[in-house]
Design a protein around this ligand. Structure first.
Ligand code: SF4
Ligand code: SF4
Length: 297
């Protein structure tokens, strides 16, 4: 139920076994009420949330995403890559999950992806020669978890089915791809701007604020979105998919959302200004380099 890793490769310090598997790998595992370790994994949590986890939980609790983030999560920086992530916040002055009860998980039908996957860890990855990302899995074996001793065998694919993971993985695929793309684009010069971090955070995790943003004048001025497409954004799930598309355009220059003519002109000018600035900086650096030995004499 609890999991110590999500889409990141946690080797070598975690209890994740240092071996990667495909979905047809057979595992021995069962978790059920009455098992000796019941709730043990929910007593000390380290759970990263996906954007879709947040949609499910805020709906379950009948609150906004902004309220959910404030009361039930804290932000963190994924892998020092300047990618904003969100984790479940434990109970005050403790390590247990706020949703844990003596009877088990109080949000069971809407529990997060990481809780569903446990004791499997999902590792999304993309090889350099591959266009699409693919999933690989690892197994988490923690001493306190007795589920590995239960006499039940099934494949990881069967386990994913049983745990209802398909809609969760499908709805957050665009988010995982953004993270992979950000990682594979390598270290940027300096830190990513505060604005791009905030934008990523809002678009991925705070869907209600993102919806407000899409109704703002500034958004209208820049993007040319047909009314019938806007109407579909009443659905959180559809808006979330648009938010990933929006981020691909803003952060990686993908051109899938039509911009107004004025905005295109402004953007062209910005690109040209940036190119000029970089050229000037490079020229200044070259000049500095050539002057360097003279200064040292
Ligand atoms: S959300 Fe539920 S399953 Fe996940 S850690 Fe909390 S109580 Fe456990
Ligand atoms: S078997 Fe493992 S996953 Fe299930 S309650 Fe025990 S510690 Fe948690």
């Amino acid at each position: 139920m609890n999991q110590t890793s999500d889409n990141t490769n946690p080797y070598p310090t975690s209890p994740v076994m240092p071996e990667m598997f495909e979905g047809d790998k057979v595992i021995q595992f069962s978790c059920h009420k009455g098992i000796g370790c019941f709730n043990a994994c929910c007593k000390s949590i380290d759970i990263s949330l996906t954007p879709y986890d947040i949609l499910r939980l805020k709906k379950r609790l009948s609150i906004t995403s902004t309220e959910f983030l404030e009361h039930f999560t804290f932000p963190f920086e994924m892998e020092m890559n300047g990618i904003a992530g969100v984790k479940l916040k434990p109970v005050e002055n403790g390590t247990a999950c706020q949703f844990m009860t003596n009877e088990g998980c109080s949000v069971y039908e809407d529990r997060p992806t990481a809780c569903r996957y446990y004791p499997v860890a999902l590792l999304s990855m993309r090889r350099q020669d591959e266009y699409v990302d693919r999933n690989a899995y690892a197994l988490v074996k923690e001493d306190h978890c007795l589920g590995h001793l239960e006499p039940r065998s099934l494949t990881i694919d069967e386990y994913r089915n049983e745990q209802g993971l398909e809609p969760f993985d499908e709805a957050s695929r665009g988010w995982r791809q953004l993270i992979l793309k950000k990682k594979s684009s390598g270290p940027t010069i300096g830190k990513p701007s505060k604005r791009s971090l905030q934008l990523f955070f809002m678009a991925c995790y705070d869907i209600d604020r993102f919806r407000e943003f899409t109704t703002s004048d500034s958004f209208h001025t820049i993007y040319d979105i047909p009314d019938d497409e806007r109407a579909t954004w009443a659905s959180d799930e559809i808006l979330l998919q648009f938010s990933f598309r929006f981020l691909r355009q803003v952060l990686f220059g993908e051109d899938s959302i039509k911009m107004s003519e004025d905005a295109v002109l402004v953007r062209r000018k910005q690109v040209e200004d940036t190119r000029m600035r970089l050229e000037l900086e490079a020229a200044a650096l070259r000049a500095q380099h050539e002057d360097g030995p003279l200064d040292e004499e």
